[in-house]
Each structure stands twice: as C-alpha cells, then as structure tokens.
Design a protein around this ligand. Structure first.
Ligand SMILES: Nc1ncnc2c1ncn2[C@@H]1O[C@H](COP(=O)(O)OP(=O)(O)OP(=O)(O)O)[C@@H](O)[C@H]1O
Length: 243
C-alpha cells in the first residue's frame, strides 16, 4: 500500500444530541480515488469538511498529508470543491479566476498561464469571458472545479461534484479527474450516484454517521454476491436514495 494521504482516527461529531459521525476510522493512500457513498444526511459533507480543515471533530482526529487538521500548511495543498458553488455571479469567469488565484498569491504570467491550464482541464476555455450568471449549472460546477485546481493541489476533496449534471457532462468531468489522478493527485469524492461510485478505486459506504463497509467496488459486490454497488449497499444496511 502507498503512503497514507488521509488518516481518520476514531472521529465522531455531535451537534447537540445528534450524532452525525460515529467513530469513523479510515486510511486513504496517496494516489487513490476514494468515494464516500451514502444517502442524504449520512454525514459525508460533515466528514469531508473536516478533512478540508473547515470543521472540527467532537472527538478523534484527522491527519491529512501528514498534518493534524486543521492545519494551514496542509490546507494550502488541498483543493476543496463544496457542494454549492461559491462563485461571483456578476463577474466573468476570468474575473472569478483572477480573484481566487490572487488569493493563492499567483500573479502576472504565471497566473495567466495557470488560468488557461485549469480552464482547459474542465473544457471551458472558450467561455472564459462570459459572466458567471450566464453559465449553466454544469458549467458552474466545472468552473468551481477549475478554481479548486488553481494552486495545483496534491489532494482534491470534492463534495458531490456532479450533482445535477447530465451523464455526458459527468463523463467529461470524470475524465478530468482521471487525468489529474494519473498525474498523482489523490481524490476523495462524495456521491450518492451509483455509477459514479463504480469509477472509484475504493469506496466507503456511509449510513447514519457510520462507515458500514470499505473496499473496492469489485470486492464489495463479490462479498455480498451482488451484481451492482446499489445491491451491495443495501446488503450493508444502506437506504436506496430517492433521487
Ligand atoms: N451545523 C450543523 N448543525 C446541526 N446539524 C448539522 C449541521 N451540519 C450538518 N448537520 C446534520 O448532520 C447530518 C449529516 O449531514 P451531512 O450534510 O454531513 O450529510 P450528507 O451525507 O453530506 O448529506 P447530503 O448528501 O444531503 O449533503 C444531517 O442530519 C444534518 O442535518
């Protein structure tokens, strides 16, 4: 097994009396595409926000890139794409990219070059001058991904990156993930889309704040005598998602 990129040690999270994460332990290796699969409310967002350094566990700890989170040195090496797009709608894509890249300290020719590169990855080059409010939902998701890539992160944390996106676009976005992964980027992605889950190297199945199973899609299916991940998920005590 490769070096660990993420080590989650007995992490729990409580909001008042509500136990949102229950004793989660998990290791993700460098270079993996790891999927967190589970129905709405299972705790996926809560967990990945902690990994991105945006929330704290109630107990346990998260070590990311060798550093206990939250840690600023680690955060600088992480690209995080939240579930809802955080874009300036009244600005153009170019202006958004200039703004976010300047936050990372990019300037001049290097900044221009990186903006071109990330927009090429998400196949939006020709739409750079457009106002974001004139982008479709799928284009906004891809622009959010481009922004998450600006500082060449070693780890990408993607919260439902393709939600509401049609299958053709979803394929394009996954091609971008594979390309980045081939270059060494570790990717953790939350999803409740079963065909997307099949694309991950390994999966963690989540339900009611617990990890009910961890394994490759093939192993999870074989261990449960299932032909699909959805069936395997149900065997491990999951709920079918209503979407
Ligand atoms: N700040 C908060 N205060 C109180 N409860 C919260 C807070 N954040 C999340 N929760 C609760 O934690 C539970 C898990 O939410 P979370 O968003 O992590 O689930 P999820 O698996 O990502 O679902 P979805 O796919 O709908 O985003 C939900 O019941 C949610 O209401």
């Amino acid at each position: 097994m490769n070096k660990s990129c993420i080590v989650i040690k007995d992490v729990s999270k409580q909001y008042g009396k509500h136990h949102v994460l229950k004793n989660i332990s998990l290791e993700i290796s460098e270079g993996e595409i790891f999927g967190l699969l589970g129905p709405s409310g299972a705790g996926k967002t809560t967990l990945v926000k902690q990994l991105a350094g945006l929330e704290l566990p109630s107990s346990g700890e998260n070590v990311v890139l060798g550093l206990k989170m939250p840690n600023f040195q680690a955060i600088k090496r992480i690209g995080y794409m939240a579930q809802s797009d955080a874009l300036y709608e009244d600005l153009s894509a170019k202006e958004n990219l200039l703004f976010f890249s300047s936050l990372y300290g990019l300037k001049g020719k290097k900044q221009q070059k990186r903006i071109q590169e990330v927009m090429q990855i998400v196949e939006l080059t020709e739409h750079i001058p457009k106002l974001v409010k004139n982008y479709s939902g799928g284009m906004k998701r891809r622009l959010s991904l481009a922004i998450a890539l600006l500082h060449e992160p070693e780890l990408l944390i993607l919260d439902e990156p393709t939600v509401g996106i049609d299958p053709v676009l979803r394929k394009q976005i996954w091609n971008a993930f594979y390309q980045l992964n081939k270059q060494g980027t570790t990717i953790i992605v939350t999803t409740h889309v079963m065909d997307e889950a099949e694309k991950c190297d390994r999966l963690g199945l989540m339900r009611d704040g617990s990890l009910t199973a961890i394994g490759t899609p093939t192993a999870l299916k074989a261990d449960t005598n299932s032909t699909t991940i959805e069936e395997a998920f149900l065997v491990y005590g999951g709920d079918k998602h209503e979407d």
